[in-house]
Design a protein around this ligand. Sequence first.
Ligand SMILES: NC(=O)c1ccc[n+]([C@@H]2O[C@H](COP(=O)([O-])OP(=O)(O)OC[C@H]3O[C@@H](n4cnc5c(N)ncnc54)[C@H](O)[C@@H]3O)[C@@H](O)[C@H]2O)c1
Length: 291
Amino acid sequence: MGALAGRVAVITGAGRGIGREHALLFAQEGAAVVVNDLGGSNAGEGTDTGPAQEVVREIVATGGKAVANTDDVATWDGAQKLVDQAVAEFGGLDVVVNNAGILRDAFLAGMSEAQWDAVIAVHLKGHAAVLHHAAAYWKQQSKAGNQPKAAVINTASASGTTLPNAGQANYGAAKAGIAALTLVAAEELARYGVRVNAIAPIARTRLTLATPGMGEMLAAEAESSEGGFDAFAPANIAPLVAYLAAEMCPITGKVFAVQGGAISELAGWHDVKTIETEGPWLIDDIAARLP
Ligand SMILES: NC(=O)c1ccc[n+]([C@@H]2O[C@H](COP(=O)([O-])OP(=O)(O)OC[C@H]3O[C@@H](n4cnc5c(N)ncnc54)[C@H](O)[C@@H]3O)[C@@H](O)[C@H]2O)c1
């Protein structure tokens, strides 16, 4: 029996890249999957129902269960339709994988309001919107006496955690926000039987292939690994996400970096050094004592 047998999962941005691999593995492991993808460009422009439908076709062709959803997760309304569709088509909801993403890189001095807003909307609001509607569903189930055994896996990034990246203020801020959102949601939703974790993946997808400096390296790695283990294949990310989604997994409130054959647990903000005073601070005192 598959690790996700009988689980109903919603995966956002599952028409391409990392999300597509999550959807294929989830279905192979026995989950019924709602494959969400708006189908736009790297920058989040336009829409296309093709990518979500193509992944559903692939899953169904191999005997799996999946339906397509092409709503925009960056709106409360789109996220509501996505959650409602899982419940209507498959009779419930056990797993949410928030993965949809875009990039509009720019240095702060030249960043437009639209570049800032679009990236924050898809990533940070897109995570919060789906979480909100899923949490409302799980709360209602819990109050009705059907305590969920549910899981959420969010998608952060090195850009918002371990590797601040010049030119990605919008993206890094959204991804750091997603790491914080994960910890808050884990605290809030435990009472409804919901675990919440996040990953910070690295893989070869259209997003990273288009990133200056990274694309060439990833393409070269693909050629040199021919026949062997491809450390940047997006399929390397899915097994961790499937484990975090499984009913047997006890983990909650964690953020994991994952790439190739390596999984690292990340630790967040913590006190490094404290200075104290008996009375009000003097500026010169702070200047002398703060590292
Ligand atoms: N590839 C990496 O190395 C890497 C590194 C760190 C984080 N990530 C994150 O992983 C996630 C997946 O990225 P990827 O690299 O597979 O990129 P990708 O472009 O291949 O896939 C992202 C998918 O999200 C969809 N999408 C975008 N906006 C949407 C919206 N509003 N509603 C629904 N779907 C939407 C896109 O159409 C696309 O198919 C993103 O959150 C990304 O930030 C990726």
